[in-house]
Design a protein around this ligand. Structure first.
Ligand code: AMP
Length: 367
């Protein structure tokens, strides 16, 4: 079976690596000649609005999926008209616009921070007064990894945030003084079969995910998260893997955003779950039976941002798994990750300690 992937980053690369043992073939569409998924699968180099190349991918593939959520609506439309295209274009459209996404959460009874749309400095001043500071100003579209957002802490921040972000549609959200951040990874097949991975706890720095651990053994929250994800899957008639990120505040989940694709907080599933998120996404979009989404032990995943630690220093730890995405080093860029697995969480954390400084953490940050 042939799988086309729009976007050739590390997620497409890991999808292809997970699909080869199932006998799948891949082609990747990406504008960049050095897209890292192109090292493991044939690359069609072309823009995402290149109708001829989209058609070429669609005509070759049995199913087309994507590895980032900013696939242009026109491209999704062309693909969905020619070939099975999963996850659904509506999920993409909802996730591309924070207003539309939060409205969907709200319609389904999924709690979110308070939010107001902002299109002018006057609206921002008015909303900031009504909402009380701190609050978070975000671009409605094209924000990721904390880009396109500013925290307003004092009234003077309003003008500065407007200067930085104004001119495009914005949303002002109440600031959630969360205790922790978690995510749910959920899968649905076209016939309605679903599977849910254990709740994942995530740590960000400057808006970028740095560390995930799973399972995080909070059964009440996990059930709540699965329930919310299930509502989204069914409402969107979803096919594939959906990630939903939440804040935890006073023992309750507050939805931040969703990603209609495999997700960074699910990388631990490659070694730490019975079936990885990548394999299960492929199984779902191809209508194959889903694999068990259960953890086989305890896992911690560390993102390598900017550059990679020396390979042999990581491999010296017998329970560490090294993932080099084949990208050139660049500040702020996700270039790889490391997963540590084991049966005993304490032993995993002990083994993690020497790794923390190698990926830019202070030893004291995760004791
Ligand atoms: P986002 O791009 O919306 O996923 O935001 C990136 C990170 O910024 C989140 O993972 C949080 O750590 C932080 N953040 C975003 N929105 C809020 C909010 N309303 N309240 C508090 N922190 C936030």
């Amino acid at each position: 079976m042939n799988v086309g992937i729009v976007g050739g980053g590390q997620l497409a690369r890991m999808l292809a690596l997970a699909g080869y043992p199932l006998g799948l073939r891949f082609q990747i569409l990406d504008p960049a000649a050095d897209a890292c998924a192109g090292q493991v699968a044939p690359l069609i180099q072309g823009d995402y609005d290149d109708a001829a190349r989209l058609a070429r991918l669609a005509d070759w593939a049995d199913v087309v999926t994507f590895d980032f959520e900013n696939v242009p609506a026109a491209a999704a439309h062309i693909l969905a008209g020619r070939v099975a295209f999963h996850p659904p274009a509506e999920a993409l459209a909802r996730a591309q616009d924070r207003l539309s996404e939060k409205t969907l959460f709200w319609e389904l009874g999924i709690p979110t921070p308070n939010f107001i749309t902002i299109d002018s400095l006057e609206e921002l001043q008015d909303a900031a007064t009504r909402m009380n500071l701190p609050a978070v100003l975000k671009t409605r579209r094209l924000g990721y990894d904390g880009k396109g957002q500013r925290i307003l802490r004092i009234p003077e921040d309003i003008q500065l945030a407007w200067q930085a972000l104004g001119g495009v549609p914005l949303i002002l959200e109440s600031f959630v003084p969360f205790e922790r951040e978690v995510s749910v990874l959920a899968i649905r097949r076209g016939d309605g079969a679903t599977a849910f991975y254990p709740l994942v706890e995530n740590h960000h720095r400057e808006g970028i995910l740095r560390l995930s651990r799973a399972p995080c053994l909070m059964p009440k929250l996990e059930q709540e998260g699965w329930d919310y994800a299930h509502r989204l899957l069914d409402r969107l008639n979803y096919v594939g893997l959906l990630a939903v990120e939440f804040f935890v505040q006073e023992g309750r989940l507050i939805a931040n955003e969703m990603a209609p694709r495999v997700h960074n907080s699910g990388h631990w599933t490659i070694e730490g779950a019975e079936t990885s998120q990548f394999e299960n996404h492929l199984r779902a979009i191809l209508g194959l039976p889903l694999g068990a989404a259960v953890a086989t032990g305890y896992s911690v995943m560390l993102n390598c941002i900017g550059d990679l630690p020396e390979r042999s220093a990581v491999l010296a730890l017998p329970n560490a798994h090294y993932h080099d995405y084949g990208k050139a080093p660049r500040a702020g860029r996700k270039v790889g990750h490391i997963t540590l697995c084991g049966d005993d969480p304490n032993a995993v954390w002990k083994e993690l300690k020497p790794l923390l400084p190698l990926v830019g953490f202070g030893l004291e940050e995760f004791g």
